[in-house]
Design a protein around this ligand. Structure first.
Ligand SMILES: CC(C)(COP(=O)(O)OP(=O)(O)OC[C@H]1O[C@@H](n2cnc3c(N)ncnc32)[C@H](O)[C@@H]1OP(=O)(O)O)[C@@H](O)C(=O)NCCC(=O)NCCS
Length: 145
């Protein structure tokens, strides 16, 4: 059974293997855990059968008006089962009082986020690929972003 929780203080690093698929360098499970714990809010999906985190979403926010969703990822073997939808539903529900919730995504994913009432908007971003240099090498694949 898939269980959802925002109690990320209970998550252990060893439950966080296999994420950042396709990134040339991936955050370690310890860094990933620090990302979750350092967020305004995060929700994880846990497969109780394997005790593994199989999906996560996090939000950073000023807590008053605005929030940003940096990460949403579901492990490949768990995709297409509604887990991403439930993670988004839960993180957005807790942000109903905010003026704006933003995220960045590739164009093909825009229809996915439109399902949650989000609208495409122009944006700007500064990416420092050198920030990935200290991270462990990943399984390979293309470099997003
Ligand atoms: C995007 C992602 C989080 C969706 O999670 P999920 O649990 O598979 O999603 P759900 O089962 O709730 O919904 C599946 C729907 O998302 C759509 N979808 C998933 N990935 C997509 C993509 N890259 N482009 C367009 N649509 C996509 C599927 O086509 C499916 O549509 P359908 O309901 O009409 O069949 C997951 O595919 C993922 O982790 N992808 C890799 C990381 C990523 O791209 N994260 C988003 C960064 S902005």
């Amino acid at each position: 059974m898939i269980r959802y929780t925002d109690a990320v203080g209970t998550v252990r690093a060893e439950q966080l293997r296999g994420f950042f698929v396709g990134w040339p360098r991936a955050a370690s499970p310890e860094q990933h855990l620090a990302v979750l714990r350092g967020s305004h809010r995060a929700v994880v999906a846990v497969d109780d059968g394997t005790d593994r985190v199989v999906g996560f979403v996090n939000m950073i926010s000023d807590g008053v008006l605005t929030a940003y969703i940096p990460w949403l990822e579901v492990l490949p073997e768990y995709q297409g089962r509604g887990i991403g939808t439930e993670l988004m539903r839960r993180i957005l529900e807790a942000a109903d009082h905010l003026y704006s919730v933003d995220l960045l995504c590739e164009a093909p994913l825009q229809p996915y986020y439109e399902r949650f009432g989000m609208l495409p908007v122009p944006g700007m971003s500064r990416l420092r690929r050198s920030a990935l240099d200290g991270l462990p090498a990943s399984d390979g694949g293309s470099a997003p972003g």
